[in-house]
Design a protein around this ligand. Structure first.
Ligand SMILES: [Zn+2]
Length: 467
């Protein structure tokens, strides 16, 4: 089948055709973190879905230009930096850094650009867009000194969230960045300085103030990717008002269709409930790695439910992710050993990598794609057990796995061999160099007892997860 995505705008699956069909370039914008604390696993579920999307597009031969913004000025960053008694830029820097560390831990492929809202280039672009909106009559300066978007100027407002504005009672002006559907109203583009802002302010034609959250994304997206994007992603929480506002601002400024495909990731639940600090079920990535789970285990647990379905995260689910990954590790270790240095030779089993990608073409149906992968693991293990698989066929299956793993990024990194094991392997190498065979055997047994097997080959010791 053709590559299809469910488009929030049309509420149906649509065949994906990027604007630049010939060059196969995909312009993709993903709303990034608000850097006022550590991102939680609900945020990471959305970022992992976007990573899966990017990797699958790349597997299909597209060149993905992805931008992810960093919201480093808004109501929350200002509030919390003041609470912490630190300048805004210093305060947000800590969480920007933490964010980059976390996405590396989760093996999320970096975006091409991470624009931060406070960079001068983007502040200037925001001011320019707001001035343009004002000139067109789509924005006005109110008596409180702030500039608001005039909803009546954009009758399509509500189309993404499928809201009928006439059924909603417009409630005047909304200065806060986040509000409910019931309080739909003219939203702030530029917020006049008030004392809660402390020293956070920029000069503008409307006086000192700061941008609203929504205009930040419109400005950074169009500045870096041009007036028309192929894909825009976020969590379902972003649909209203944030993405709705992005459409209104951008389309009024450019006169073009802002985004062709809107993809939104469903909520993450924890233990069957909405994640919240008060329920004690709130996890950052660091909470989980602090409990001994690895980034790839968290990646597995958060990526394996289809993105449009709610995902219920549990620690038991993380243990299941560990078991599933161990199964894959053992399988690839076994195939590697079985294949030796033999040249690949075709086998019908390796068609699984085509099937895997075909299943992802169906709006990233990852659960079906993983089902296909684990069928391959079972069938090829059986074929190795009975000797029905040739060494060359095992080599061909390893190639199929490489293709699949480019999308999943589940394979252990070399450095993920636990430090304790690596130290034992090194000690054993020294023992062997000094011909202390008794110590060498003792160390091998110890390594084996810790779940790793060791073989002595002409190239030295070869470590792999125990079968
Ligand atoms: Zn955004």
């Amino acid at each position: 089948m053709a590559l299809e995505f469910f488009n929030t705008l049309s509420r149906r699956a649509e065949v994906f055709t990027p604007l630049d069909l010939e060059g196969r370039t995909v312009r993709m914008y993903t709303c990034g973190p608000t850097v006022y604390n550590h991102a939680h696993i609900g945020n990471f579920r959305a970022y992992l879905f976007e990573d899966l999307l990017q990797r699958h597009l790349e597997a299909r031969g597209y060149h993905v230009l992805r931008v992810m913004n960093l919201t480093d000025v808004d109501d929350k960053t200002i509030r919390d930096s003041r609470k912490a008694g630190r300048p805004l830029a210093d305060f947000t820097q800590v969480y920007k850094q933490a964010f980059f560390e976390d996405i590396a831990t989760l093996r999320i492929r970096p975006a091409l650009h991470y624009p931060a809202a406070t960079e001068d280039r983007y502040i200037q672009r925001m001011i320019q867009m707001i001035a343009q909106l004002e000139n067109q009559g789509a924005a006005y300066k109110a008596e409180d000194g702030s500039v608001y978007f005039r909803l009546s100027h954009f009758p399509r407002y509500g189309q993404l969230a499928h809201l009928n504005l006439e059924d909603l009672r417009p409630s005047g002006r909304i200065r806060n960045d986040e509000y409910e559907k019931e309080s739909v109203g003219d939203f702030a583009l530029w917020k006049a300085w008030d004392e809660n802002d402390g020293d956070v302010a920029w000069d503008s034609p409307w006086g000192r103030g700061r941008p609203g959250w929504h205009i930040e994304c419109s400005a950074m997206a169009t500045e870096l990717l041009g007036p028309e994007l192929d894909i825009h992603c976020g969590g379902v929480d972003n649909i209203f008002p944030h993405h709705e506002a992005e459409i209104a601002q951008s389309e009024c400024c450019t006169g073009r269709t802002f985004v062709r495909y809107w993809l939104h990731c469903a909520h993450l639940m924890v233990d069957g409930q909405k994640m919240s600090k008060s329920l004690g079920n709130f996890y950052t990535l660091r909470d989980l790695t602090g409990r001994g789970y690895t980034g790839r285990e968290v990646r597995y647990a958060l990526i394996t439910v289809n993105y449009r379905l709610p995902c219920n995260f549990t620690l038991a689910g993380l243990d299941a992710a560990r078991t599933a990954l161990a199964r894959l590790d053992q399988w690839t270790a076994r195939l590697t050993e079985y294949a030796g240095n033999t040249a690949p030779e075709p086998t019908p089993l390796s068609a699984a990598s085509d099937r895997f990608l075909d299943l992802l073409d169906d709006d990233l149906n990852i659960s079906a794609a993983l089902g296909c992968l684990f069928d391959l693991v079972r069938d090829s293990n059986k074929a190795m057990d009975s000797g029905a698989l040739s060494r060359g066929q095992a080599a061909s299956l390893l190639q199929a796995w490489t293709r699949i793993n480019q999308v999943l990024a589940f394979e252990p990194y070399a450095q993920e061999i636990p430090a304790e094991i690596a130290a034992l392997v090194e000690q054993r190498a020294k023992a062997r160099a000094s011909k202390d065979w008794a110590l060498s055997d003792q160390l091998r047994d110890k390594i084996h007892a810790l779940g790793w097997s060791l073989k002595d080959t002409k190239d030295g010791q070869k470590l792999m997860p125990a079968q």
